[in-house]
Design a protein around this ligand. Structure first.
Ligand code: 26M
Length: 789
């Protein structure tokens, strides 16, 4: 391996060992690893082809994959070999591994789920492609300027992305705009704008390197790179205009994770990657089979939210306009290929596009959508409309064009049936199914938590990594003193490592014996970071009031980004930083309470924080968080959850046992009732002197003396439109936190509860989730040989 690295350094990167930077070493190592992946990868592709296997196509605007190098090393079983080789070359292995930039091609849960699914599909040996966009700039980088969020562009591609293979021969032309002509019965779309989608392939090899799938990301290029005529005339700007226009499409990831604002470029991105993916899979099918009517036997297309919902009309367009099928047959055929996952009930997140915009960008698709609508109304009179109030409703479109629709946790699926799609559910009572989310244990335990991983492997051997339910055997150790001690030791070493990193990056010293209480996720009102912060201020008050009490020392850790246009979320960030500054400077609570908010939370930061957490904050307003997946990562790594009955928290609590979970707050149906009570938030505030005091302090500028009015907006919101019931759940949350304090004092008991969490989380492996999709939605099986390990 050492020689391979030197060879790659020299012949692929053109560098001498003496002149090589950390980045050069990292790339050389990565290229050596990539070589080893290629054989399994190509072999898997060939096997899928000769067996004419059904392929799964996972269409997602986002793949939040993070760093790849450690995954690649451990999936190939090369951990020791890679370290030895690098050290023999006199280089720092950890520095090299940490040099890789995160591929942050996603906003949060939805994008990370897609990445976990790709890992599980490969591990299970299910032939699959992930299709998405190769954004030049991923999610913005976050910094804090005087406590406020500032954004700057992310630039992961400023260095070569070593894992990918550019496929200049994989090109599809994507049209926009123009008009539709008719010749006899046949319609032809004449776009007035074209871009080329070029594929870039990253191999995704599963656990132990037995099967490899492809993540194919599309980049937009101009049809004609350069207008020579304009150049010769001396008009240099015009010469490269078409290039700039085309490249805009894959330039940047939209940084919103909920609010849909109807931007034309976003619609173009959605159509661009969906159309390229559909053409790509159609070409593959026609080459392999040749019978267009056999498409559903060979193709399962999963739509990750409505972002690729234009796949329905696009597939119908190709079947009717290019292959000559009748409209009704085309719709039925397309539906048999398509399935749709819903990830949210928040009304502001449901995609709707003005018909006018649609007509301008995708005129033929709008006609087809009208036909889909007409067919649906003819068969089911009074069915909810796809076209409504002058908008194209992408949720209804996706539902009507899918043979299965799934929610992402039991509670969420139930609410999908009762709320957003109630009427469609009545018409199609077997279409909606549940597939509770999961996480890959390769990254979220084996990769990120070596201390705990080694302890588990010592006990169980290493087959748990691809069969996570085996962790249940650890339950027998819950009263085993020496095992509990080893479990505690693993957690403590992770906390020490995190403390060192926090001290370097934030300049705050932490006590590794304090309770590490962590809330990391996108900043959103419904996720209620604000409630966590109000509780922190209340705790600070009581600690100052009663300094002699035996307080459980706490470290409050926050991480997360706010969408740049989400004013309230940004105010919450500012308030957290303001409170942190005052509390961390207070000698009265030194050693007892610390607040840290390391900037630029991303996948790599999650991998540091989660293994070091004692308490996991999953405190969304019940009924609002579709599932959550961070909640699973924490519990798997031995943190206890403080949480509401929301999303997958419900199922986590069922698995780990109610005695090992800190439950508080209103239920989803109580939330609905409470909202109808006039003046509910003022009533809740009035009933809680503790909360009143905290709100008063913030209002008076206790934490922002240089700008005492800074947080008036937030406080006013809590009094008058506390949409997410922060005030109503506050007392219950505060009391439950104090219960957690007491339990934490008995560290052995805490550790035993934490162990019960780890041992009970096997069901939350994304391997189980993917097997559910394969069975209930895709009818896709793993080829025998790949599964026989
Ligand atoms: C939409 C339009 C324009 C720009 C961006 C968007 C958009 C992007 C991401 C909308 C929603 C997006 O993500 C939603 C999301 O991440 N949902 C989360 O999905 C997870 C996986 O199922 C769940 O665990 C979370 O509960 C859910 O919030």
């Amino acid at each position: 391996m050492k020689n391979d690295i030197l060879k790659r350094l020299r012949y692929s990167l053109g560098k001498d060992a003496g002149a090589a930077s950390v980045q050069d070493w990292r790339m050389a190592l990565s290229l050596v690893l990539r070589d080893q992946l290629v054989d399994v990868w190509l072999d898997s592709a060939r096997r899928a082809e000769v067996n004419a296997s059904k392929r799964v196509y996972y269409l997602s605007m986002e793949f939040l994959i993070g760093r790849l190098i450690e995954d690649m090393i451990s999936n190939l079983g090369l951990d020791a070999a890679a370290r030895d080789a690098v050290e023999a070359l006199g280089q720092d292995y950890d520095m090299i591994v940490h040099d890789e930039p995160d591929a942050a091609l996603g906003n949060g849960g939805l994008g990370r789920l897609a990445a976990c699914f790709m890992d599980s599909l490969a591990t299970l040996g299910i032939p699959a492609f992930g299709y998405g966009i190769r954004y030049e700039h991923g999610l913005f980088e976050q910094s804090f300027v005087d406590g406020a969020q500032a954004e700057s562009p992310e630039t992961w591609l400023s260095q070569r992305h070593v894992w990918e293979f550019e496929r200049p021969e994989v090109q599809h032309r994507i049209g926009f705009g123009g008009h539709v002509s008719r010749d006899g019965g046949r319609a032809t779309w004449h776009p007035d704008n074209m871009v080329v989608a070029t594929g870039y392939d990253t191999p995704v090899v599963g656990w132990q390197g037995e099967w490899g799938n492809t993540l194919r990301l599309w980049s937009a290029k101009p049809v004609n790179p350069f207008d020579l005529e304009s150049f010769n005339r001396g008009d240099y700007l015009a010469a490269s205009r078409s290039e700039a226009l085309a490249r805009t499409i894959s330039r940047v990831l939209y940084p919103d994770d909920t609010t849909e604002n109807g931007k034309e470029l976003r619609l173009k991105q959605e159509y661009f990657f969906t159309a390229a993916s559909i053409m790509d899979l159609m070409c593959r099918h026609m080459e392999e089979d040749g019978d267009i009517r056999a498409l559903p036997e060979h193709v399962a297309i999963q739509l990750n939210d409505t972002h690729p919902a234009i796949a329905g009309p696009e597939l119908v367009r190709l079947l009717v306009d290019d292959h000559g099928l009748a409209m009704a047959e085309a719709i039925t055929l397309a539906r048999r290929c398509l399935a749709y996952t819903n990830h949210t009930l928040l009304p502001e997140a449901l995609e709707r596009w003005p018909e006018g915009l649609f007509a301008r960008v995708l005129p033929r698709h709008l006609e087809i959508i009208r036909e889909i609508e007409a067919a649906q109304q003819a068969e089911f009179p009074g069915s909810p409309h796809i076209l409504e109030h002058g908008d194209v409703c992408m949720g209804e479109l996706a539902f009507v064009m899918a043979h299965k629709v799934n929610g992402v946790s039991a509670l969420h699926t139930d609410l999908v049936k009762k709320t957003v799609f109630a009427e469609l559910h009545r018409i199609h009572p077997t279409r909606i199914v549940n597939q509770t989310n999961g996480i890959t244990p390769r990254r979220w335990l084996h990769g990120c938590n070596p201390a705990l991983r080694d302890l588990i492997t010592q006990q169980l051997g290493d087959t748990w990594v691809s069969d996570l339910e085996q962790l249940a055997a650890l339950k027998a150790k819950r009263s085993d003193t020496s095992f509990i001690q080893a479990f505690q030791q693993a957690k403590r070493s992770n906390k020490v490592a995190l403390s060192n990193w926090i001290s370097e990056t934030c300049g705050v010293a932490l006590d590794p014996d304090a309770m590490f209480d962590v809330q990391i996720k996108r900043i959103h009102e419904y996720k209620r970071q604000l409630m966590n912060l109000l509780e922190t201020v209340a705790l600070w008050n009581e600690m100052r009031d009663d300094p002699d009490r035996d307080w459980t020392p706490r470290v409050k850790i926050f991480g997360g980004k706010a969408a740049p246009g989400y004013v309230l979320a940004k105010q919450i960030i500012h308030l957290i930083n303001d409170v942190a500054r005052v509390v961390n400077a207070d000698p009265a609570t030194k050693g007892r309470l610390r607040i840290v908010f390391p900037p630029n939370y991303n996948v790599t930061m999650a991998e540091r924080l989660i293994p070091a957490a004692d308490l996991s904050e999953q405190i969304s307003t019940a009924g609002k968080e579709a599932s959550g997946t961070g909640n699973m990562k924490f519990a798997l790594n031995g943190a206890l959850t403080i949480g509401t009955l929301d999303g997958a928290n419900v199922e986590i609590r069922d698995h780990v046992g109610s005695e090992n979970f800190f439950l508080f707050g209103l239920t989803a149906s109580e939330v609905v009732d409470r909202r109808h009570q006039h003046g509910f938030s003022r009533a809740a505030i009035e009933a809680s002197p503790r909360l009143q005091r905290v709100l008063g302090q913030i209002f008076e500028g206790r934490f922002s003396p240089e700008d005492p009015h800074r947080h008036h907006g937030l406080i006013g919101m809590l009094y008058d439109h506390d949409h997410f019931l922060v005030t109503c759940d506050f007392d219950s949350y505060y009391d439950t936190q104090r219960r957690a304090d007491v339990v934490f004092q008995n560290s052995r008991n805490w550790a035993s509860m934490a162990l019960m969490n780890t041992a009970s989380m096997g069901w939350f492996s994304s391997d189980r989730t993917i097997q559910g999709y394969a069975r209930d939605i895709w009818q896709a099986d793993a080829p025998r040989s790949a599964l026989e390990r």
